[in-house]
Each structure stands twice: as C-alpha cells, then as structure tokens.
Design a protein around this ligand. Structure first.
Ligand SMILES: Cc1cc2nc3c(=O)[nH]c(=O)nc-3n(C[C@H](O)[C@H](O)[C@H](O)COP(=O)(O)O)c2cc1C
Length: 216
C-alpha cells in the first residue's frame, strides 16, 4: 500500500463526539477553556495538557514542538523551557507564539496566538524546584537543542547532574524559564463527522473579548 493510500484510508473525526453550542458560551475564553479542560479530563483524553508551541526564527522560518502547558492565568498561557534552546532563541528574536491543543478523542482543538514574555527569575526558580527530579536532572545536564557529541556524553552529564541534585537539591538551572503568552485570539474548534464543524474565536479588543463564529 502506498503512503498516499494508507494516509487516505485512515479514519478521522470518528466515534461519539461531543456537541458545542457556541450560543451558550461565556464572555471570557478562559472560563470556556476551564470548562473544556474539565470535559477533556472527564472524557479520558490522553495528555490534554500537551500543547504544540509554534515560534518563528530570526529568518522568518516557523518551527514547532510539543510541550506541557503549566498555567493559564492573568499573566497568560504559560510553559517552561530552556531559554537557550532553539525555541528560546526564536522567541528572543520574535517574541510572539502560537499554541495548539488537539484532543482527538473529542475532535476538539484550541488555538492561542499572541505576544509572549518570560516571567521573573523568582517565578522561574519556583517552577523549576516544583518539577520532578528527572526533569530537573535533565535540565541541569546540558544545553537543550545543542548538538550532542555522543550518547556517552549525555550519560556522563546526566550522572553529574543527578549527583548535583542529590547533594544540593535547591540547585536551579539558571536558563530554566517560564514564558507567558498573552493571547490576542483564542479559537475553540469542535469537529463534526458531517464536517459541520463549529468554530468560535475570541478576539481581544483592548480589554474586551469579541466573539466571532468562523466558517469551517
Ligand atoms: C509530551 C511532551 C512534553 C514535553 N514537555 C516539554 C516541556 O514542558 N518543556 C520543554 O522544553 N520541552 C518539552 N518537550 C520536548 C520538546 O518537544 C522539544 O523536544 C524540546 O523542548 C526542544 O525543542 P526546541 O529544540 O525547539 O527548543 C516535551 C515533549 C513531549 C512529546
């Protein structure tokens, strides 16, 4: 079977999908996000907090990767990473980003776009120390996204970082950074097997959110 045949034979938007009545949505997109997240957890969606983060490098070339959404509050939609990583360098050059969530089990996606900024060092350190030990060890081991000479180099660096976390558990990786995206638009998309998808976009206009339906 060709790749084309295989791809085109795969099911999509299958199963028992939830409805979405855009007419009864709240004025504030964050309230709707909290509702949708609770529904995703209740529906058994796998890793609903895994988001795709899109950034643009200094040459205008887009990039993306999956990471964990850590907080959504007045500061913005937050994720944590190494500020010297590829994405860290990209957002230093172009301080805006997009986040995407895709909940297959419910045929839902959420799209968030906006400028972003790093939180202060205190908040970054607190986030770092709240992470599980293997995450802290990995962050302290070496420069995320740099070219790795060999697997042995990584193994040695992890051993050194493990010892460091064991001997000095309050050690914080100075490059660990929490970023907050301040959304200018948030779209909620509910897929439908008959392709009558429902798209609701919240667009920020100063302090007010404007709600708009979009053609599917
Ligand atoms: C489920 C999942 C969760 C991840 N969570 C994070 C995260 O919270 N922070 C992070 O820096 N990388 C995370 N990663 C790794 C990133 O996808 C990526 O490989 C790494 O951040 C380097 O990206 P960059 O080279 O574009 O900077 C995660 C990957 C997966 C698949």
């Amino acid at each position: 079977m060709s790749i084309r045949e295989q791809l085109r034979g795969l099911p999509v938007l299958a199963g028992d999908l939830p409805g979405f009545d855009a007419a009864t949505t709240p004025d504030d997109p964050h309230t709707l996000f909290v509702r949708w997240l609770s529904e995703a957890v209740a529906a058994g969606v796998s890793e609903p907090h895994a988001v795709t983060l899109a950034t643009v490098d200094a040459d205008g070339l887009p990039d993306l990767r999956v990471l964990m959404l850590k907080e959504v509050d007045d500061l913005g939609w937050q994720f944590a990473t190494n500020r010297h990583s590829a994405k860290g360098r990209q957002v230093a050059a172009n301080p805006s980003a997009a986040l995407g969530l895709h909940w297959r089990e419910q045929a839902r996606q959420i799209r968030v776009r906006g400028p972003l900024r790093p939180l202060d060092r205190e908040a970054c350190a607190a986030d770092f120390l709240a992470r599980p030990i293997p995450s802290r060890v990995a962050s302290l081991a070496g420069p995320q996204s740099a070219v790795l000479g060999s697997p042995g180099e990584l193994a040695d660096a992890l051993t050194r970082a493990e010892r460091l976390v064991h001997d000095a558990p309050q050690t914080v990786a100075e490059d660990h950074t929490v970023y907050a995206i301040s959304p200018v638009s948030i779209e909620f998309w509910q897929g439908d097997a008959e392709r009558r998808h429902v798209r609701l976009r919240y667009r920020r206009n100063d302090a007010v959110w404007i709600k708009e339906l979009l053609w599917p």
